[in-house]
Design a protein around this ligand. Sequence first.
Ligand SMILES: Nc1ncnc2c1ncn2[C@@H]1O[C@H](COP(=O)(O)OP(=O)(O)OP(=O)(O)O)[C@@H](O)[C@H]1O
Length: 334
Amino acid sequence: MKFLKVNKVSKTYLGNEKPAVSDLAFSMKKGEIVSFVGASGSGKSTLLKMIGGLISPENGTIHFQGKELDKPEDKLIPGQEGIKMVFQDLRLMPNRTVEENIKYPLLLFDKDYQNDRVEELLEICHLQEFRKRLPRELSGGQQQRLALAKTLAEEPELLLMDEPFSNLDPIVKSKLIVEVSEIIRNQQLSLIMVTHDTQDALMLSDKIGFMSDGKLLQFDSPLNIYNKPTSVEIAAFFGIVNIFSEAEFSSIFHEKLNIEKGQQIIVRAESFETEFQAGALTLDGLVSGTFFKGNGYLIRLKVGNHSIDVFAKNQLKIEDSVSFYVARHNLMVI
Ligand SMILES: Nc1ncnc2c1ncn2[C@@H]1O[C@H](COP(=O)(O)OP(=O)(O)OP(=O)(O)O)[C@@H](O)[C@H]1O
C-alpha cells in the first residue's frame, strides 16, 4: 500500500477554459520529502489543495494510506485527517502567545498531555525562549517556526507547505530550510511542499515534481531532475543552460554527435572546466562579458556568431581568448 497515491487527477476552476491540473499522477512513500516546482500558474497550489482535501478533483482519485480522501463538500470543516497544511499566510492567532498558539489545537486533550506536547514542540521548533511573546513580536523565521509547531501539534502524518519560506531573507531562509528538513526527518513525518526556489527543492527533497501548464512533466530524484531532465524547459529551470542544435554543436565543438532528428544538446554553464581532462571536448572563444556571482563568475563567450555561458572560478578579461572543456557525460541530449 502506498502512503499517498494520486491517480490521474484533474481540476478546472469554474469559468476557466484550461485545467489548472490535468491528468496528474504520482505516489510517495512514508517519510519522504517531495517538492513541486514550476512556473507561476502551473497548478502547484491547486494540486496541494486537492491533496489537503480542501478542493476536490473532477476526475481521478487520491488515496492516503489506502483510503480515498473525503470530499470537502461532505465535511463540515474541509480537510483530511492525518494531512495538515502550513499556509503561506501562517494563520497564527495574533493575540495569543507562542505557547497559547501551539496549545490551541490540543485543547481537547488532557492537561498533562497538552503541557508535555507544548514543551516538546517548543523544543523541536527552537521556540522556548519566545514562549511568552505574541506572534508580532517574533521575526519572520520565528513566525514560520511557530506556524510549523502549531501544525505539528495536530500530529499530522503528512505535512503540506505552500511556499513556506517565500517571505524570508536569504540567510534566515537557508537556515530555516535545513532546520525544517531536520524536524521532518527526526519526527519521521512526510512533507509535500510547493516552492519557486529550485535550490530549496534540490537540497531538501527525495523527489521533485516539475509542473508545466497543469501537467506533471517529470517526477524524479533531485539528481535525475538536474542531470537527466526530460525537457529543455526543465533543464533551464534548474540553472543556466546552453542549447545547441546538432549542426551548431559540431561547428562549435568540432565533434559530430549521433543524435536523433529534432533532438538538441544542452550543456549547463557549470559543466565547463578550465582544466582539460582526457576525452573532454574543447570550447575556444573570446570573453565578451563577465558577471560576478559570489562563488565565481558567469562568463559569456563569443564563438563565431554564438554566445555561450560558462561558469569560472576566476575573473577573465574582456576580449581574452580562452579555452574551456566539457566532459562528454555532461552533455544532455533532449
Ligand atoms: N480560485 C481560482 N479560481 C479560478 N482560477 C484559479 C483559482 N486558483 C487558481 N486558478 C488558476 O489556476 C491555474 C493554476 O493556479 P495555481 O495557483 O494552482 O498555480 P501555481 O503553480 O501554484 O502558481 P503560483 O506559483 O503563482 O502560486 C492558474 O491559471 C490560476 O490562474
